[in-house]
Design a binder for this molecule. Structure first.
Ligand SMILES: NC(=O)c1ccc[n+]([C@@H]2O[C@H](COP(=O)([O-])OP(=O)(O)OC[C@H]3O[C@@H](n4cnc5c(N)ncnc54)[C@H](O)[C@@H]3O)[C@@H](O)[C@H]2O)c1
Length: 268
């Protein structure tokens, strides 16, 4: 029997994404922007996808300055036609898609007893259906190729009911992303497509800054920090190692898992 440790490529080579192609939704700012940089720095060509083409183009300019092969795609990931066009654009440009990072999402606060049907639908359409549509379109290409890595952004709020903010629709959407991802992982594992989630805790981005600017938010920040053992917000750079790990061959035996990166919030 061969000794895998002695025959495997050196570990940092197995973290390389040279020759891989990726797309990142919600790549125009925040966590998605950090993911686009990380995947590109590790060697992948990266399609930066966002509802805002100007934000996606700004990130493309940043990546090009680092000599990363990339282009911008405008898409609303809650619309099936946009999602298909996004995947088609990558395949047309690079002939393959090896890494799909489905990260676009929104967060809103709204009390359960007064939440409107429209608020519920908007949240679930983007945060859950959007992830399904993207993963489905990506997998159709990956299944034909016989290899692929799908990484969905969930949240610690998909495992625990965060407090004191009211956001049952958000929490339910993220719990849905975690179980959707596990279910797709089980379905596609025999055909070599891996599906995992990254679940950030409170991370400094525009999404969180906007919520914290509200009067309700001002009072909430100290409570969040009191419940976070590391007593600080996460930075988007705290998440970059995880996305490279899940995208590269070093994690090839990992599927259906959820990586919680939260400064210890869920540890107690
Ligand atoms: N920031 C946090 O603390 C935190 C914690 C847990 C999970 N998350 C999740 O991380 C993901 C990214 O969050 P962020 O904090 O970077 O948010 P953000 O608002 O800073 O960035 C989100 C990006 O998604 C894009 N987007 C929004 N709707 C879209 C659509 N329909 N189609 C395509 N793109 C769209 C926006 O234009 C924006 O560029 C979300 O899924 C969010 O739920 C964030």
């Amino acid at each position: 029997m061969t000794d895998a440790i002695l025959t495997a490529r050196p570990i940092l080579e197995r973290f390389s994404l040279v020759g891989r192609t990726a797309l990142v939704t919600g790549g125009g700012q925040g966590i998605g922007r950090a993911y686009a940089h990380a995947l590109g720095e590790a060697g992948a060509a990266v399609a930066v996808v966002d509802l805002s083409l100007s934000h996606a183009n700004d990130v493309v300019d940043e990546l090009k300055a680092k000599h990363i092969e990339c282009f911008a795609v405008q898409a609303d990931v809650s619309k099936a036609d946009d999602v298909q066009a996004m995947v088609d654009a990558v395949v047309q440009k690079w002939g393959k898609l090896t890494i799909g990072v489905n990260n676009a999402g929104i967060a809103r606060w709204s009390a359960a007893e007064t939440m409107t049907e429209a608020e519920w639908d908007q949240m679930l359409d983007l945060n859950l259906k959007g992830v399904f549509l993207c993963a489905q379109a990506e997998a159709r290409v990956m299944l034909k190729a016989g290899y692929g890595k799908i990484i969905n952004t969930a949240s610690m709020a998909g495992t625990i009911a965060v407090t004191p903010q009211n956001q049952v629709h958000y929490n339910a959407s993220k719990a849905g992303v975690i179980h959707l991802s596990r279910s797709m992982a089980a379905e596609w594992a025999p055909r070599h497509i891996r599906v995992n989630t990254i679940s950030p805790g409170y991370t400094r981005t525009k999404l969180v800054d906007d919520l914290l600017l509200t009067p309700e938010g001002q009072a909430i920040l100290p409570r969040w920090m009191g419940m976070t053992p590391m007593a600080r917000m996460g930075e988007v750079t705290d998440l970059q190692g995880a996305v490279v790990y899940l995208a590269c061959e070093a994690s090839d035996f990992m599927t259906g898992s959820d990586l919680i990166i939260d400064g210890g919030y869920c540890a107690w």
